[in-house]
Every structure is written in structure tokens, then in C-alpha cells.
Design a protein around this ligand. Structure first.
Ligand code: 13P
Length: 353
């Protein structure tokens, strides 16, 4: 019995590292298409698209059937509703993705909620029943998962209590994923909201990452079998001084070299509200200038920075779907180039438009 347990553990490690190798394969990154029903509906409302299950299914159908998406995308993160949906012809989205060589993933947290007793701070929920949910998601085809913690910068926040509660949940989630043979994508997002400087973002991001890796270590997480999904180190959206592309790239790399163990195979950035071009340029500068000095692969796991231009073209109209797919394909391609350090803003059609 004990022998079998050890063997299973060993097999899980192999499954996990094989999944990771495919997810961070050269020139590839992740597509986060896991907006909750609420977030998706909010975006639809802004564009005058009906906020129905069928509209959301439609939206996800043209994304997963985008021709050539697998040239740049290795994995797609789905939402609970989406992982159960099918194309009009009755083919499950997970099957469409797998056929295209894209690994299905799943968002498993149940959202960032107000943290009791801590004004303006959030704690992410979703640990209850997670072991059973992971078992189900595995059966539905998911091979990796995502959990997003949210850290807000303010004059007196984040508090240590908020950081600790969130990294604790991230570590518990990662442990359950690894036990299930599902790769945990560990996402501690320090928000861009506010007028803080890049230095303040660096300070908070470093503190969060140090706390996170201490907790991951305590909870015996196998670092080679996880991916980190962090924010870039960047000034707040409302900050008076916005830094250059090279400054953001350098501050980000500097921060991670101080706080992320070399055993972690890959860092897959969120875009966090940057424009699609900015996100590509920052990722590109990091890979172009620093690649030879970095122990981890640096790639993308963007949502807004890949989807937004395409969703605006689609606008809920079937007739626009092919054009929207083309825009999605192109944005994914630009980020694939950025992952190799070969993106050039002059190649970017959005910028030329
Ligand atoms: P953005 O790239 O839009 O920040 O989203 C990434 C993500 O998955 C947030 O959880």
C-alpha cells in the first residue's frame, strides 16, 4: 500500500512536469478566457451584448475555434460554466482545444471577497470542497488550474494579515492541485489601481512573493511542478510618472530575481489592465534584454491584453466572428513574438490602426 502511494506520487510528479513542459514550450503562452459570469456580463453590457448563457457560449466558441491559435497558445484557462459547454455542433470545448493541441485549464477559486475587519482588502475563497472539484475537473479534461489572490496598494495597505491569509490559501490550493495531478498556476496579483510609484509596486510585490514562497515551502509544494502568475512591476494607473518600457522590464526582473526560486520553471504574466501593446512590449523587453540571465521561462497568461481588441470587433454579432478570430490570432502571435524577445511594435496592426 505504502509502495503504491509512493509510486502514485512519483507518477503525479511526472504528469505535472510533462504538462508544464508543454505549457511553457518555446514561443507559447496561456490564454486566460476564464472570466466569471459576472465579469463577462459586465464586459458584454458595456458593448451592448446580451448577458445570456448563449452569448457567453458563443463568445467562447469563436475563441476556441480560432484557426491557428495553437501556434502561440499552449493552454487555455476556462471558467466552470465554460468547461461544461459545447460548440453548436455538440463538441465539448475541451475536446476542441485538445484536438488543436491546446491544454484545457480551469479557474478554481470562487472569487476575491471583502476581508472581514480589513477595509479595502480582499481574501480569495474556494478551498471548501476543492479536492472533490479538482477530481471532477480532471475528468472534464483540465490539466492545470488557476487561483487568483488580489492585493491592493494604498497608504496603509496591504497589511501583513491580508498577505498572509492570501498566500496561505494559495499554498493550500497548490497542494490540492499537485495531489490531484493538476498543475497549479499560482496567481498573487498586486493591482495596478492607484497612484503609487513603480518603487512602491516593487516593494509590495517582493514582500508578497517572499511570503508566498515561504508558505509554499512550508506546505511542501513541489516548485518544479507549478507556474507563477504575477503582475509586472509597474506604476499605478493614476501615477503621475509612468516609466519607460525598459524601466518596467528591469524593475520586474530585478524583483523576481530577489524573490522567486530558480526551481520554478515558468513565470506567466497577467496583463492587469495594461493596454495590449504595453503588455507585449514589456514582456518583449524582459525576454530580449534579460533572457540569458533568467532561470525561469517568462511568458504570458493574458486575458484582456489578448481578448479585448477581438471582443470589440465581435460585438455579439455572428457576422463579425471571423474578423474577431483574426484579431485574437494576431494578438496571440504578437505575444508569442514577445515571449521570444522578437516583438516589434511596428509589426502591430493595432498600433497602426
Ligand atoms: P488580465 O490579463 O486581464 O489581467 O487577466 C489575467 C487573469 O487571468 C486574471 O486572473
Amino acid at each position: 500500500m505504502e509502495k503504491l502511494k509512493i509510486m502514485n506520487k512519483h507518477m503525479n510528479k511526472q504528469i505535472l512536469t510533462d504538462t508544464i513542459a508543454a505549457l511553457i514550450a518555446s514561443g507559447k503562452g496561456l490564454l486566460a478566457m476564464d472570466e466569471s459570469v459576472e465579469t463577462c456580463n459586465k464586459r458584454f453590457a458595456e458593448l451592448g451584448i446580451p448577458q445570456t448563457e448563449e452569448a457567453r457560449r458563443n463568445f467562447r466558441e469563436w475563441i476556441v475555434t480560432t484557426p491557428g491559435l495553437n501556434e502561440s497558445i499552449s493552454g487555455a484557462i476556462l471558467f466552470d460554466e465554460t468547461i461544461r459547454q459545447q460548440t453548436k455542433d455538440g463538441i465539448p470545448f475541451t475536446e476542441v482545444l485538445l484536438k488543436a493541441g491546446i491544454i484545457p485549464g480551469i479557474k478554481v477559486d470562487t472569487g476575491a471577497k471583502d476581508m472581514a475587519g480589513f477595509a479595502d482588502e480582499k481574501i480569495t475563497e474556494g478551498l471548501d470542497g476543492l479536492r472533490e472539484r479538482l477530481e471532477e475537473y480532471l475528468k472534464l479534461g483540465a490539466r492545470f488550474a488557476k487561483w487568483r489572490a488580489v492585493i491592493t496598494i494604498g497608504d496603509t495597505i496591504p497589511t501583513i494579515a491580508c498577505i498572509d491569509a492570501n498566500v496561505n490559501a494559495l499554498a493550500r490550493y497548490a497542494a490540492l492541485c499537485q495531489e490531484a495531478g493538476i498543475v497549479p498556476v499560482v496567481e498573487p496579483e498586486v493591482l495596478m489601481d492607484g497612484n503609487h510609484t513603480i518603487e512602491r509596486c516593487a516593494e509590495v510585490t517582493e514582500a508578497v512573493l517572499r511570503a508566498l514562497f515561504r508558505q509554499l515551502y512550508l506546505e511542501k509544494i513541489f516548485l518544479k511542478a507549478m507556474l507563477l502568475k504575477p503582475n509586472m512591476v509597474i506604476a499605478g494607473k493614476d501615477a503621475a510618472i509612468q516609466n519607460s518600457i525598459d524601466e518596467v522590464a528591469e524593475a520586474t526582473v530585478e524583483c523576481f530575481l530577489k524573490s522567486v526560486p530558480a526551481a520554478v520553471p515558468g513565470i506567466v504574466f497577467l496583463s492587469g489592465g495594461q493596454s495590449p501593446q504595453q503588455a507585449s512590449e514589456h514582456l518583449n523587453a524582459m525576454n530580449k534584454t534579460f533572457k540569458s540571465r533568467l532561470p525561469w521561462a517568462l511568458t504570458f497568461s493574458f486575458s484582456r491584453a489578448i481578448e479585448y481588441p477581438a471582443i470589440e470587433i465581435w460585438h455579439g454579432q455572428e457576422a463579425n466572428a471571423a474578423k474577431a478570430q483574426k484579431a485574437l490570432y494576431e494578438r496571440a502571435k504578437y505575444n508569442s513574438a514577445a515571449r521570444r524577445g522578437e516583438y516589434d511594435a511596428s509589426m502591430d496592426k493595432e498600433l497602426q490602426a
